[in-house]
Design a protein around this ligand. Sequence first.
Ligand code: APR
Length: 357
Amino acid sequence: MPLEIVRNDITKMQVDAIVNAANCSLLGGGGVDGAIHRAAGPELLAECRTLGGCGTGDAKITKGYRLPARHVIHTVGPVWNGGVHGEKELLTSCYRSSLELAAENDCESVAFPLISAGIYGYPRAEAIRVAVDTISSFLAEHDMTVYLVIFDKDSFVIGSKLFRDISQYIDDNYAAEHDDSTARSRRLELPRMFSAAAAPIRSVKQKVAADMYRAAQEDTCADEDTDELLCAVAANSLEEALGQLDESFSQMLLRKIDEKGMTDAQCYKKANIDRKLFSKIRGDIHYRPSKPTVLAFAIALELPLNEAKDMLMKAGYALSHSSKSDIIVEYFIQRGNYNIFEINEALFAFDQNLLGA
Ligand code: APR
């Protein structure tokens, strides 16, 4: 996954470079600056002394010394001053210049803290927006793995209105685990194609299903009869469904990429999937991806909900209302927001796994 949001202490990250939210002197400080200097040891400060400071929005690189990371990239974020003094442009420049410096030094993996979101007072939701937008646009043109490292839970916030909207959507849709109303609705919620109200009966299977639907509505059969009928119909509809599985996930993915007029690279980058994984999927028509990977491609292809469900089914999955993660993804699809990075921010804010590999 080219852009991951993780909860960790950046000094522990096993990456080619970690980024330090420094001050212009580069001679250490509090916050993440202090933590990095403590973990790297005195040699880091000795090298920093030779750099002659750093301008706001610029970046300079040193070795990592006792850190697991090979390098430290020091950048100086803007102090928040109401947002009308070019703070956003300067913060954007911090991420971009750090990424460019990492690429110049052949770094394949980089970890960022939330620059300026601590002592420098940048509002956290906006700081995250700038970080994710700048990193994701860099990754559209470069192959690199970037981690946005969140040190403490409350430093990761998404817009409060969005958070409330999603919370409400989860409340409205989150299926209770095992209550009898669910069991009862199982009997009544037949697959749409079997509903008695649907198109004229076209096969015996649908005739049986329609009888069962009516009986279940009148609730005249005993549970075991209904379940038996359900199993009979399910077995037949499963046979029918299996008969329709003529296209694998991989084949549907490649077909959809062509139909959308996208290149492979545009699709997997928009899905926040790395090139290596895409090559595996492309090379094996029976490849079994993970559910987050399938959803990531459904988002990248901007599939409507029914087609996203179809793509999931071809990989052996289904959207479930007993999964908060699925409900959050459904929330964004229903609203036509296919920005996978915004979806991942929301998933992270709700402690759910992210979309992508
Ligand atoms: N790992 C990851 N993130 C961390 C860590 C850590 N070990 N420690 C702190 N953070 C997070 C904070 O929670 C915050 O979200 O880093 C983010 C940036 O906070 P600061 O370190 O305060 O950096 P910043 O807001 O950019 O202020 C920079 O603070 O430390 C001084 O010398 C530094 O003067 C400079 C100023």
